[in-house]
Design a protein. Structure first.
Length: 191
């Protein structure tokens, strides 16, 4: 039994035997993990910072991000120089459906399909074009003035055999109407 007690009473020796080993153990136990944590935090937060050489914080990039999404543009429909012709409006808006006859739209130049519509008269055709009819939305989904839509209606109907006169530009400026009155007249639907 004395052998068992002698093993327990023997001095315990650890891996650190010199002061140099103690300094290295303290360094690796405390300093290295702190440096590793700092580097890891820097790596994780690096994603939110712009990379070297990027222009994310330049004046132009900031102005682009802060730019307005849309803008309001007020058109004066009395200016004849800015009005589109019937052919231009047809090419920009109407051709998508009326060239192929999509969703029951009468094909461009098809006299048989346009004949019953032409018999109803220009005003009925214009009202259908402005307010929409069937699958066609108001103004065919475009943003043209009422006069320009009227010109497109006349262009399509005349190519199918009608003899409608092309609507002239409104004479709001010549009648001496104030600009506010002219703007409200443009916003009001025509009858």
């Amino acid at each position: 039994m004395s052998d068992a007690h002698s093993e327990q009473d023997a001095p315990h020796e650890g891996p650190i035997k010199t002061p140099k080993q103690l300094v290295l153990a303290v360094f690796f136990a405390f300093v290295v993990p702190v440096i590793a944590i700092i580097m890891l935090a820097s790596y994780v937060s690096q994603e939110t910072r712009p990379a070297a050489g990027s222009n994310l914080m330049s004046d132009l990039a900031i102005q682009t991000r802060l730019a307005a999404v849309g803008r309001v543009e007020i058109k004066d429909s009395s200016d004849a120089t800015t009005l589109k012709t019937g052919e231009q409006v047809f090419a920009a808006q109407c051709t998508a459906c009326h060239t192929a006859g999509v969703a029951g739209a009468p094909k461009f130049g098809d006299a048989d399909a346009w004949a019953p519509r032409i018999k109803t008269g220009y005003e009925a055709l214009l009202t259908s074009a402005l307010k929409g009819k069937g699958a066609m939305g108001a103004q065919g989904g475009g943003d043209f003035s009422d006069v320009e839509i009227g010109r497109a209606v006349v262009y399509m109907a005349n190519k199918a055999g009608a003899t409608f006169a092309e609507p002239a530009a409104p004479a709001a400026a010549a009648s001496g109407a104030a600009p506010a009155e002219a703007a409200s007249a443009v916003a009001a639907p025509t009858k």
